[in-house]
Design a protein around this ligand. Sequence first.
Ligand SMILES: N[C@@H](CCC(=O)N[C@@H](CS)C(=O)NCC(=O)O)C(=O)O
Length: 218
Amino acid sequence: MATPHLVIGNRNYSTWSLRAWLFLRHHGIEFDETRLALDTEAFRQAIGHYSPSGRVPVLIHGPVRVWDSLAICEYVSDVFDGVHGWPEDPAARAEARSAVCEMHSGFAALRDELPMNCRARDRRVDPSLQASHDIGRIQAIWSEMRSRFGSGGPWLFGRFSIADSMFAPVAMRFLTYGVPLQDAAQVWMTEMLAHPAMREWIAAAEQEPEIVAADEKG
Ligand SMILES: N[C@@H](CCC(=O)N[C@@H](CS)C(=O)NCC(=O)O)C(=O)O
């Protein structure tokens, strides 16, 4: 099988890149990587060569091109042995998909007002009503998934799933902006931030020189 090639953006800021990268890394899949710094002329010149949407992440695997983070996680689950993207149980699976779709298509206020900034700590923002609602809703998802489906392991559905990858950048945001969490949500967040692949990502983000001014808040 060809070695997959993942094209990502800045580790410090690119949440969608982190989701796909973490999923591959968690499952020990070997892959080549190209990093294109967001919001640069180099990005604009190179991205069309890799991604039909002009966005990252994109996974290239032989003749296959997958240009969306969720689609990458699902593709990897489909083609690599031993990768289980979703819980087996149909009820858990349906709820995992619902939570992932809610993340993938929603929480716009949170994403806008509390951008991921892996190397920043002790930032403070005053979230709007809508962003506060997003924060509450995400905590409720984490707590509920852990209490109803998490008995088989430390992750949202016990075993690590696409849902954990999809919410990983939110854990990063809550750390940066010091968002206080309830117990069960805090436990999952602590587990996620201690994941060896997350630590690897954060350490590499800390070495990046680029600054995207629009994502420097608080
Ligand atoms: N729905 C896409 C979103 C991808 C996306 O918006 N990526 C951002 C970086 S995190 C991007 O490529 N921005 C570059 C641009 O729009 O020029 C996914 O899930 O992969």
